[in-house]
Design a binder for this molecule. Structure first.
Ligand SMILES: Cc1ncc(COP(=O)(O)O)c(C=O)c1O
Length: 440
């Protein structure tokens, strides 16, 4: 098929996430390997966002492809959810070993939203309470309940949703400030949160969901002491802590799970994306021993046709082996330091660069319109210079996401220093474009 025919047919017969069909300009991709995507014409594009921050080990790793083929050949692909399979046994055991603390029991789903949906159910069934707290600067998935969990503007068109979801501000909101120092931000935000909990009635709140490190809404590591303080505050009221590690988990931040940076263990952890590096759909909800024990005697009222799919689990097993066996979590931490120094270099050089945030290979650059630090684009808005920057990245064959006045830096965790510097060299030239729009 010719590339244009492929694009035209995709546009004619398929719908696209978060888009009006007439405005989509899809990227033609024929194959992908390592950190690179290839167009049908063989053009090489650096994947500087691991697609949806999800292809953590890089594309088409031969060991994973081999394991997937082996599973296909075993004639065990799909069996109904109440079946025991060897791969289900192995992956359950492996996750129990790898996920810190007392999280030893897992419910398999097809993706992140389903993991969160089931975490909502588990939290409500376990506590007997119905309200769920989450934060405005968050994305938790596109299903009905996850849209109500989500704080960002993708929620708006999906309202009104089901009742019982209460949103609060982060310690680092978009504009409002809880203080200057980390200590102030943490203390003031937690004080505010405790007051919200009081107003809502602690006995009505089942859980609070957080992205341990906020992803799409800004790649924002929490201020010092916040996660630990949050854990204590929620414990005081018997509210469960659910860490949504769909994006920040599986090595992205330089540790296997982001909550390991903060020495806490949540009651429930949700994962997807990096679990199979997105080679095939799979998500999981992991619950603590006390929650698992509750469901020894009480029914877990959730189910999925594709729960514990053997091919997905075989893929996860191989992906985890590669991620850990090839030292990619350590590489994320090491290359994160290179990303840090590149961000600092670019900030010193480009007046339009407001800030570069990163933890491991989870990074974002904010663009400002003036020296007062005003974002170049308002909340949920755009600016022509960001459009030009997007066109430039596409021309220069650097794939990444531009969102409002910021853009993402989330390459696969197998990236080398040389490859990372090549990507930042393109970013460097791209920031010349936004510098032209800088108002001084
Ligand atoms: C933090 C977070 N949670 C949940 C989801 C939803 O995952 P999925 O698209 O697999 O349903 C995403 C997807 O981007 C995410 O980033």
């Amino acid at each position: 098929m010719q590339t244009q025919e492929m694009i035209d047919l995709c546009l004619k017969h398929t719908m696209w996430s978060w888009s009006a069909r007439g405005k989509v300009n899809p990227l033609p991709i024929a194959r992908a390997e390592g950190i690179y995507l290839y167009t049908p014409e063989g053009e090489r594009i650096i994947d500087f966002n691991s697609q949806l921050m999800s292809v953590n080990i890089g594309h088409s790793h031969p060991k994973v492809l081999e394991a997937m083929k082996k599973q296909l050949d075993s004639q065990l692909l799909y069996t109904f959810p109440a079946s025991a399979t060897e791969v289900r046994a192995r992956v359950g055991q492996k996750l129990a070993e790898l996920v810190p603390g007392d999280i030893n029991t897992f419910f398999f789903t097809l993706g992140g939203a389903e993991a969160n949906e089931n975490a909502i159910k588990a939290a409500r069934l376990y506590t007997g309470r119905h309200k769920i707290l989450s934060r405005y600067r968050s994305y938790h998935g596109a299903t009905n309940a996850c849209m109500q969990l989500t704080g960002d503007p993708r929620r708006w068109a999906n309202e009104p949703g089901t009742p019982g979801f209460v949103k609060v501000m982060d310690p680092r909101p978009y504009d409002y400030s809880f203080g200057e120092s980390d200590e102030e931000k943490t203390a003031n935000n937690l004080r505010y949160l405790e007051e919200v909990i009081t107003y809502e009635g602690p006995h009505t709140i089942a859980a609070m969901f957080i992205e341990t490190v906020t992803g799409t809404n800004g790649i924002m590591p929490p201020p010092a002491g916040y996660i630990q303080g949050l854990r204590k505050l929620l414990d005081k009221y018997g509210i469960l802590l659910v860490c949504d590690e769909v994006m920040c988990g599986w090595g992205r931040t330089g540790k296997l799970f982001a909550f390991e940076h903060y020495d806490v263990v949540p009651d429930i952890v949700c994962m997807a994306k990096g679990l199979t590096s997105s080679y095939i759909p799979l998500g999981a909800m992991g619950v603590s021993d006390k929650i698992a024990a509750h469901f020894d005697d009480n029914v877990f009222w959730g189910g999925l046709t594709y729960n514990a799919h053997a091919l997905s689990l075989a893929t996860a097993e191989a992906v985890i082996d590669v991620l850990i066996g090839e030292g990619m979590v350590e590489n994320a931490a090491k290359m994160g330091a290179v990303m840090r120094s590149e961000m600092d270099r670019l900030q010193a050089k480009h007046p339009s660069m407001r800030e570069g945030r990163q933890i491991g290979l989870f990074g974002m650059i904010d663009v400002q319109k003036n020296s007062k630090g005003e974002p170049i684009a308002p909340y949920n808005g755009t600016h022509p210079a960001m459009g030009k920057l997007a066109a430039f990245f596409r021309e220069e064959k650097l794939f990444t996401f531009i969102r409002w006045g910021s853009f993402m830096c989330n390459p696969p965790l197998c990236i080398t220093e040389e490859q990372l510097l090549e990507a930042f060299e393109i970013v460097d030239r791209g920031l010349d474009i936004t510098d032209e729009a800088f108002e001084g």
